[in-house]
Design a protein around this ligand. Structure first.
Ligand SMILES: *Cc1c(COP(=O)(O)O)cnc(C)c1O
Ligand code: SF4
Length: 491
């Protein structure tokens, strides 16, 4: 057998490579390879702005708000300062923003509040990160401060408890929908109130529009939930949500952690909090709270159980140097942090914004886990996107970074179908905006419908929805066309 010249070259090169390890083993820092010629590039060089997810604002950005102009770094970092200065009344917002925004904007906010399902609560941190020169287009303003002028008429199928959590609740403050996992809702308050909250039926205090169910953080009330969890051997996974774990005092974090870890069949616990996105300094300055969390994580590890933090960043604008320091602190102490975003029109619905967010989170060791299709909650029509928009976004995001940092885009199927891959619908009509999902592991007999926001439908579709008499027929026809007409719709 004879080798060709090319093959001999290849073998000789292979020989050289096989000798390299010896030499390489002596090389353990960049300096020692300074004289190695740089191999030819096969990719265009990148522009600096493609790497700007690595920039973190470390300025005293809050000082541009007149109210906070004398607040130093240490004071701003203090969680007490953040809590004491959180805005919970529109009148307070008027005061804070005087001179920063047009009077018309504030009138718009007052009118928006009158029709909102959620009350207002904003930390100084978030307030200072909003671009008050252009509040209408700011992704943080859109999430936390309603204005009347951008309101859209609700889709007729929007509800307050669109996920039908109350139907799957065996005891107050617990939702058991999936086979082996349960959602524990120990309280009904959060460090901020998001306009788009899935639990508008419970979270925050009553508004003009909604009288809320109450999950007060009364440990006695939790006993029923613990007893239920202990009585169901199939439950391995508990999400502690709310409300928001940030609002539990350290003893309660510890108590819940120890209680859940003591139930033998529970193997995984997730503490859910929006906190890192809206008040990251708590992790750095509320040392007892952070210690309690880390202790529960360590306690879990000793029992071979997984305890992690799930958070909720929606926009890269929420992430500063303070966030990075806070996430580094958790990472150094072995706390895994994952992120669940909600896809919101004007906040994170362009490929640029979503890719930027995914990269920025990955950079600070926060793993992008889910991006939720916006739930069909009353009062949020203008914030929703079409299923087709979300699927297109998903195409852009998949492939930009590591697979384990690539979020799953899911629809939490209205009516209690649970989370479905957004693109896994059995039927979708872009004209009527109706999509149909099945969820056999939850309920084989049902189909679950999602409805695109009407204002984004083609004109013909908008016309079809304009007349209430058409609605039932639109849905029936979709069911028939989907081939699942024999199953019953959940809504
Ligand atoms: C989202 C959710 C869970 C957790 O689901 P994962 O897909 O594992 O994140 C558990 N219970 C309920 C009711 C939920 O809505
Ligand atoms: S932090 Fe979560 S639970 Fe609280 S208002 Fe926002 S979305 Fe709702």
């Amino acid at each position: 057998m004879r080798y060709t010249k090319k093959e001999i070259e290849t073998i000789e090169n292979a020989h050289i490579v096989s000798e390299l390890p010896d030499k390489i083993s002596e090389i353990n820092n960049l300096e020692e390879i300074h004289d190695v010629p740089i191999p030819d590039h096969i990719k265009d060089s990148v522009e600096q702005k493609e790497l700007n997810h690595r920039d973190f604002d470390d300025s005293h950005f809050w000082q541009k708000i007149p109210y906070f102009k004398d607040v130093g770094y240490d004071e701003f970092l203090d969680v007490k300062f953040q809590n004491q200065n959180s805005v919970t009344k529109v009148a307070h917002l008027d005061e804070l923003l005087e001179g920063l925004v047009d009077a018309d904007f504030l009138i718009d906010v007052h009118q928006g509040m009158a029709e909102a399902p959620m009350n207002i609560r904003i930390s100084p941190y978030i307030l200072s990160l909003i671009n008050w020169d252009d509040p209408y287009n700011d992704p943080l303003r859109i999430q936390f401060i309603p204005v009347a002028s951008t309101r859209r008429k609700d889709h007729p199928r929007l509800t307050l408890d669109s996920l039908a959590e109350q139907d799957d609740s065996p005891v107050s403050g617990l939702v058991h929908r999936y086979f082996d996992k349960a959602l524990f809702l120990p309280l009904d308050v959060c460090p901020v109130y998001c306009r788009f909250c899935t639990r508008s039926y419970a979270i925050g205090s009553d508004t003009d529009l909604v009288t809320k169910l109450s999950f007060k953080p009364v440990p006695k009330k939790w006993h029923g939930a613990f007893a239920y969890l202990a009585s169901r051997p199939e439950i391995e996974d508990v999400v502690v949500s709310g409300g928001d774990t940030y609002m539990l005092i350290p003893e309660r974090v510890r108590q819940i952690g120890e209680m859940l870890l003591s139930i033998p069949h529970i193997r995984r616990i997730r503490f859910a909090t929006k906190g890192p996105a809206v008040m990251p300094m708590k992790i750095l300055s509320d040392k007892e709270w952070t210690r309690a969390l880390i202790d529960v994580v360590e306690m879990g590890r000793k029992k071979d159980k997984d305890v992690v933090l799930h958070t909720h960043f929606n926009s890269a604008n929420e992430i500063t140097k303070i966030t990075k320091d806070a996430m580094n602190h958790l990472f150094e102490h072995g706390v895994t942090v994952r992120n669940q975003s909600v896809l919101i029109r004007g906040v994170n619905d362009t490929p640029e914004d979503m890719v930027h967010l995914v990269r920025k989170l990955s950079y600070i060791n926060v793993q992008p886990y889910y991006v939720y299709q916006h739930d069909m909650v009353k009062g949020t029509e203008e914030l929703r996107t079409r299923i087709s928009d979300t699927v297109e976004l998903e195409r852009y995001v998949r492939g930009v970074t590591a697979g384990f940092n690539t979020p799953l885009f899911v629809t939490d199927a209205p009516g209690g179908g649970g989370k479905r891959d957004v693109h896994s619908y059995d039927y979708y009509d872009e004209l009527t905006g109706i999509s149909i999902y099945r969820s056999p592991s939850i309920d084989k007999e049902k189909v679950f419908l999602y409805f695109d926001p009407i204002d984004l439908l083609p004109e013909e579709g908008r016309k079809l929805w304009a007349d209430e008499k058409n609605h039932d027929e639109l849905i029936e026809s979709a069911l028939k066309k989907s081939g699942y007409g024999q199953l019953s719709p959940a809504l």
